[in-house]
Ligand binder design. Structure first.
Ligand code: FAD
Length: 239
């Protein structure tokens, strides 16, 4: 069953990244970390890939809205999203996917987010904090420059109140930014994980981001002898 939802508002949250807030339909139940397909109305933009895409639900199940954040492009889907105004109706399909907080709080979790791959983690972290689940989580959040790190401020604010969360942002192209940056620099590497997570051997790992980032993180975890069973992956591949 598909659900009709209306756009409440949208805003640019970084260069070429936009957030879209929709009302949450009655009875729409999902687990923090899941994604769904969105079907947009025909607003005159057409291409072969059409007007349907999967996006992670960035809001927590405890919030009253469905939030999506996406990197903009010139695809018909993204051009339609950009053209939509408050009140525009779209349909969302039922939630899908198995990315979710660990079933047990016994093991610490290490989240590895690349760019827009932060979306399912925002949902999971807001949920963990809101429901006081007790999970111990370290988030490594990699972006090229500081201004691309969407949701960083609010995730750091969550860490202030939810003591079991550490947020460790890193930027890979600091030379392209004039912003002062107190965080880490360079790509997420085994050495970075090992230095900041003493208990990495006993942790479960989560990876979300663009395909190239996900593949490189998988390689790093393999080199660290992390078994596939301890890796949970959301690859933001295309249509
Ligand atoms: C589980 C899941 C969750 C996701 N969550 C998010 C999210 O929260 N936010 C987000 O921004 N994205 C997310 N994505 C990715 C999203 O579904 C889109 O693929 C992405 O946003 C790109 O959409 P697009 O319309 O800009 O490009 P698309 O038109 O969908 O193109 C996708 C990719 O394919 C390439 N491509 C386009 N046309 C062709 C062609 N003819 N032949 C070969 N390659 C082509 C493009 O260069 C691009 O890299 C998620 C994907 C998955 C699988």
């Amino acid at each position: 069953m598909n659900y009709a939802v209306k756009l409440i508002s949208s805003e640019e949250i970084a260069k070429d990244i936009m957030a879209f807030h929709f009302d949450k339909p009655e009875g729409y139940q999902f687990t923090a970390g899941q994604f769904c397909f969105l079907n947009l109305p025909d607003m005159g933009f057409i291409d072969e890939q059409g007007l349907r895409r999967h996006l992670s639900i960035a809001s927590s199940p405890l919030e009253n809205e469905l939030l999506f954040a996406t990197k903009m492009s010139e695809s018909a889907f993204k051009r339609t999203l950009r053209a939509m105004t408050a009140g525009t109706a779209i349909t969302v399909e039922p939630p899908l996917g198995f990315l979710s907080l660990p079933g047990s709080t016994a093991l610490p979790a290490i989240f590895l987010a690349g760019g827009i791959g932060i979306t399912p983690f925002r949902s999971m972290l807001r949920y963990a904090s809101g429901a006081r689940t007790g999970h111990t989580i370290t988030l490594f959040y990699s972006n090229r420059t500081p201004d691309e790190a969407v949701f960083l401020g609010e995730l750091e604010a969550i860490a202030e109140v939810y003591g079991n969360l550490r947020v460790l942002p890193t930027v890979t192209r600091m030379q392209e930014s004039a912003v002062r940056w107190p965080g880490l620099t360079g790509r997420i590497e085994a050495s970075m994980i090992e230095e900041h997570c003493r208990d990495w051997r006993d942790s479960v790992f989560y990876i979300a981001g663009p395909p190239a980032m996900v593949e490189s993180m998988k390689e790093i975890l393999k080199e660290m002898h992390i078994s596939n069973e301890r890796m949970h992956i959301e690859k933001f591949s295309g249509y």
